[in-house]
Design a protein around this ligand. Structure first.
Ligand code: GLA
Length: 394
């Protein structure tokens, strides 16, 4: 197992080395740590418009989220209007002036993201970029766009008729590579977010098409079962994440109201353990203090944004308790004790299993409480669907 892991890590390193140095540097400088921001889809779906986007930018600043590290304000599907007779895409009437909107977002110290599809139609049936990749990339750059989520959508028909895994992968490499080349040709740094729902193992080829992040799953919903099913199933992908290129288990649902406080703590902790992009999906303009405190917790964000960029993995499980660990740049480890069960129960961390010898120092991150020196093991009561998040050091 370990030998296979080492081999796979070496193979992945070779893949990265095969990329031109400039492409690697560009990817690393664009997304040295997992991108942080907001996206319209989870809360607004089709109801996003210019006023909503401005209000979210305002709230990202006034809530303290910008100061906590969030940067991108991302417009998802349904902004697209018609093409003119030269083929240039225009926004629909929900977005009267995209350049003015970008200027507004930039004036707040934030960045603007947009959405399209390599297919003729987006998932919501709007105009995609098929056959207009260069033109669209130029248009985005002229507007001042900083981030593109590129969603397979209607191109799935051409994908599905391909019979072999290799043919499907080659097809995706070609269509995503085409947009990447078009983005690079604009000369504007634009984060490239791949969305093909994890169908063709995008973690294996994503970096070769300049992907800074790639969705590993289908769509999340604001339910514990959905979030847990996605988050706890990210096993085995850690070796594919690192500065410039991240696994994306989809956007956050924190604050949307469908989960309990403990479930949202689990959501935020799990995404931080996974070095996942932190793209909030709630209405930032009406957040409760509780939601703000989850989304802006400095120590949890520091785990997510750790500069070493090692994604965490599950290191132990007994019954509904799962222990996940993530090595951090300073030699310490983030350790999460999750309770996936329907009643509160104790979970135990064995420090030896994490590679620590002798005594350790532990801190409870959500409680912002030093637990002092410990030896051997730590047993703690974990609420239903909840988490205890620790930082453990020598
Ligand atoms: C797909 C994506 C979602 C969202 C919608 C928009 O379902 O996975 O994240 O972008 O399309 O139509």
């Amino acid at each position: 197992m370990r030998r296979f892991g080492t081999f796979a890590a070496l193979a992945f390193a070779c893949l990265l080395l095969a990329l031109p140095a400039s492409a690697q540097q560009k990817a690393a400088s664009l997304a040295a740590t997992p991108p942080m921001g907001w996206n319209s889809w989870n809360h607004y779906h089709r109801n996003v418009n210019d006023a909503v986007v401005r209000a979210q930018a305002d709230a990202m600043v006034s809530s303290g989220m910008r100061d906590a590290g969030y940067r991108y304000i991302n417009i998802d599907d349904t902004w697209e209007g018609a093409r003119d007779d030269k083929g240039v895409i225009h926004p629909n009437d929900k977005f009267p002036d995209m350049k003015a909107l970008a200027d507004y977002v930039h004036s707040k110290g934030l960045k603007l993201g947009i959405y399209s599809s390599p297919g003729p139609k987006t998932c919501a049936g709007y105009e995609g970029s098929f056959g207009h990749e260069q033109q669209d990339a130029q248009t985005y750059a002229a507007w001042g766009i900083d981030y593109l989520k590129y969603d397979l959508c209607s191109l799935d028909r051409q994908y599905r008729v391909l019979k072999t895994d290799d043919a499907r992968e080659q097809f995706l490499v070609q269509v995503y590579g085409k947009m990447h080349d078009a983005l690079v040709a604009t000369g504007r740094p634009i984060v490239f977010s791949l969305c093909e729902y994890g169908w063709s193992d995008p973690w294996k080829w994503g970096p070769s098409v300049g992907g800074n992040l790639w969705r590993t799953t289908g769509d999340i919903s604001d339910r514990y079962a959905s979030m847990a099913n996605i988050g706890f199933n990210q096993l085995g992908l850690a070796k594919y994440a690192g500065p410039g290129h991240w696994n994306d288990p989809d956007m956050l649902e924190v604050g949307n109201g469908g989960m309990t406080h403990d479930e949202y703590l689990t959501h935020m902790s799990l995404w931080a353990m996974l070095a996942a992009p932190l793209i909030a999906g709630n209405d930032l303009s009406t957040m409760t203090p509780e939601t703000i405190s989850i989304l802006t917790n400095h120590d949890v964000i520091a785990i997510d944004q750790d500069p070493a960029g090692h994604q965490g993995e599950r290191v132990g499980a007994h019954g509904p308790i799962e222990i996940w660990a993530r090595p951090l740049a300073d030699g310490s480890q983030a350790v999460a004790v999750f309770n996936r069960g329907d009643e509160a129960q104790p979970g135990t961390v064995n420090f030896k299993d994490l590679g620590f010898k002798g005594s350790v120092h532990a801190r409870d991150v959500w409680q912002a409480r030093d637990l002092g020196k410990m030896k051997g093991a730590y047993t703690v009561q974990v609420p239903i669907h909840g988490v205890v998040l620790l930082k453990v050091s020598k």
